[in-house]
Design a protein around this ligand. Structure first.
Ligand code: COA
Ligand code: AMP
Length: 633
């Protein structure tokens, strides 16, 4: 089928308001928006400023009303516990109502924040939808973050209630969430009033009287009584959630998502980008703590009347590299979405894809990849073993949906390995130089998006309009700075080559090297440090820290390096995957004192490099190379 992409993209260019007004018809509004975009509202304008709706109603209730009550809404499959369960839309509605009733009993009202620190269990989705129902702003924190990171998020979002579970389960250990949460609350300047805790059979958490409430004591009776809560009428522009993401410092950015634009944009993507029909199963093998999990585990499928999947397991080791294929066969999954890392992990374990032969994968039409650069080799391997289109698409926590992709629902464009294809309607993507001048096709530059951003993208950072402007809108006036670098080819295909800031991408997880440097610098023996992301065959990148010790330190560098690895794990969390600290005598710097991280990275990656003209002392580079060699680089 010839792609309708050009026609649809041009229709958006011609009249963005008409385009989004049409897309907005997919939503059941309480008050349909009369105005589609108000350029004078907010930091760069707001979408659907006079519309009102309830996101939970659109994700659950309306499907119950419209004949999907008995259709699967959510499939839970947990190879780490052996649990499986499918919730119909009717069951999901009852569960969401019960949690919403409990939150109301706790005194949570519209606009209050509720933080969720949850593993991949259905209660995470139910908790989030309950917040959306009553107009509470949820903030989900990924389970792999340590207490200090959690505390930072508590301080910033100031939740009235925290919803958690006694533990998460990693293949090699039970992660006790409650002690981490207790420590975080202890560290936080702002305390939640109540904690709602789900006791899992694998770990019984200690409860603090008066503050902690057992899910079994609160939600289970509310469900048995069939309690219901009317969905709150929300302005399209009211915040739905805050999702923290790594910034350039240790202080994460609270990305805000609104109700109206979010619902409209996600519904549009389900059909047009992913080619999914209501009633089909679309599985995003991510985590509810990341943006992919927010958009395509928590919301997209449900808003559209499709089936979502909560998978508590890994691509490999739970129990083997056939885990994805088992899921596809068992649940007749139409599309799978994951990070390239997951496929690299599968390929490492099962290079000849022997496991694929054991399963019936005929339901699978498309594989979608995002979260990090999809290396052509991995894409080619996935195409070969699955025999379906493998679609890379590029997005960010900030945008909430793909900036560039290959719109399967509009008819696929030819795939070019290494490119996430073309800009989606809503995004006018340009490549500019430092002076904000567009560069010719094929030339690398900063990737920017002409304002306004489309519905679904962040309107601002939580309570920080100024940081929003400084971080994204100031450097290239009139544009949103993606902080990715890349180029556009003659066919308008986009290529994303890497970040322009100190964000690195480890196993599809976005991490701040600046945040890690802050932790290393807090060690009493460290005088200065630099963290870079070095190439890693499996995870794409891995962090590597260089430290200079204070003069007079007598402890062995090896001991201190071990301390530093532990310190990052304790302060940021295991997800940082910080395993390499290297002691050096000096760090390479420019004459003005700027650490030459880029050159260090090239050396560690064995990429061609030249001695920077501005380097203070070229001899240091030999020391860096020698230090890297001792660590096997
Ligand atoms: N709670 C607690 N700890 C967690 C966690 C969670 N939710 N998720 C990960 N961790 C821990 C891991 O157990 C690991 O700990 P370890 O150092 O003790 O082994 C550490 O954090 C690093 O995790 P990760 O980088 O994911 O490595 P891994 O070896 O556990 O798994 C992959 C590697 C490739 C299998 C895994 O990263 C994966 O499935 N990636 C898919 C990509 C993805 O989900 N991307 C999200 C955006 S689409
Ligand atoms: P996150 O906010 O965690 O989704 O991370 C966003 C960053 O991940 C982007 O700015 C890119 O650097 C990177 N990224 C995400 N998807 C892709 C992709 N398809 N290709 C290249 N880089 C990607």
């Amino acid at each position: 089928m010839a792609s309708r992409y050009q026609e649809v993209y041009q229709s958006w260019i011609k009249d963005p308001s008409a385009f989004w007004a049409e897309a907005a018809k997919a939503i059941d509004w309480i008050k349909p928006p009369q105005k589609i975009f108000d350029p004078d509202m907010g930091v760069y304008g707001r979408w659907f400023p006079d519309g009102t709706l309830n996101t939970c109603y659109n994700a659950v209730d309306r499907h119950v009303k419209n004949g999907r009550a008995e259709q699967a809404a959510l499939i839970y499959d947990s190879p780490v516990t052996g649990m499986k369960r499918t919730f119909t839309f009717a069951q999901l509605l009852a569960e969401v109502n019960a949690v919403a009733a409990v939150l109301k009993d706790f005194g949570v009202v519209k606009g209050d924040r509720v933080l969720l620190y949850m593993p991949m269990i259905p209660e995470a989705v139910i908790g989030v939808l309950a917040c959306a129902r009553i107009g509470a702003i949820h903030s989900v924190v990924f389970g792999g973050f340590a207490a200090k990171e959690l505390a930072t998020r508590i301080n910033d979002s100031q939740p009235k209630v925290i919803i958690t579970a006694s533990c998460g389960i990693e293949p090699n250990r039970v992660v006790k969430y409650k002690p981490l949460l207790d420590e975080a609350i202890e560290l936080a300047a702002v305390k939640p009033e109540k904690v709602l805790l789900l006791q899992r059979p694998q770990e019984k958490a200690e409860m603090i009287g008066g503050r902690d409430f057992d899910w079994g004591d609160m939600v289970v009776p509310a469900l048995a009584e069939g309690r219901t809560v009317k969905p709150e009428e929300m302005a399209a522009t009211d915040p739905l959630y805050i999702l923290y993401t790594s910034g350039t410092t240790g202080v994460p950015k609270g990305v805000v998502r609104d109700n109206g634009g979010h619902a409209v944009a996600l519904c549009w993507t389900m059909k047009n980008l992913y080619g999914i029909e209501p009633g089909e199963v679309f599985w995003a093998a991510s985590d509810v703590g990341w943006v992919v999990g927010h958009s395509y585990i928590l919301y997209g499928q449900l808003l559209y009347g499709a089936t979502t999947v909560v998978y508590e397991g890994k691509p490999v080791g739970t129990p083997d590299a056939g885990a994805f294929w088992r899921m596809i066969e068992e649940y007749k999954i139409a599309a799978l979405f994951t990070a390239p890392t997951a496929f690299r992990a599968v390929r490492k374990e099962d290079p000849n894809a022997e496991h694929v032969k054991k399963y019936d994968l005929t339901s699978l039409r498309t594989l979608f990849l995002a979260g990090e650069r999809a290396d052509p080799d991995t894409v080619a391997w996935a195409e070969k073993i699955l025999g379906v289109p493998v679609i890379d698409h590029w997005w960010q926590t900030e945008t909430g949906w793909a900036i560039a992709g290959n719109p399967i629902g509009l008819g696929a464009l030819p795939v070019k390995h290494g490119s996430p294809t073309v800009a989606m309607p809503g995004y006018d993507v340009q490549i500019v130089d430092e002076g904000c001048h567009q560069v010719p096709a094929g030339k690398m530059g900063s990737i920017v998006v002409k304002l306004p951003l489309p519905p679904g993208c962040l309107p601002t950072l939580w309570k920080q309009d100024e940081r929003m402007k400084e971080s994204y809108l100031t450097e290239f006036p009139g544009y949103y700075k993606t902080a990715d670098a890349g180029f556009i080819d003659e066919d308008n295909y986009l290529y994303i080559m890497g970040r322009t800031d100190d964000i690195i991408n480890v196993a599809g997880h976005r991490l701040s090297t600046g945040g890690m440097e802050e932790v290393l610098a807090s060690h009493p023996d460290v005088a200065e440090c630099a963290v870079i992301g070095v190439k890693d065959e499996l995870k794409g990148e891995q962090p590597c820290g260089f430290v200079v010790l204070k003069s007079g330190v007598t402890r062995s560098p090896i001991e201190i390096e071990k301390d530093l690895v532990k310190l990052v794990r304790d302060k940021i969390g295991p997800v940082a995957a910080f395993k390499i600290a290297i002691t050096v005598n000096r760090l390479p710097k420019t004459r003005s004192g700027k650490i030459l991280r880029g050159t260090m990275k090239k050396i560690a990656d064995h990429d061609p490099w030249t001695m920077p003209a501005t380097i203070d002392d070229p001899a240091i580079m030999d020391e860096i190379m020698a230090a890297l060699q001792t660590k096997g680089f």
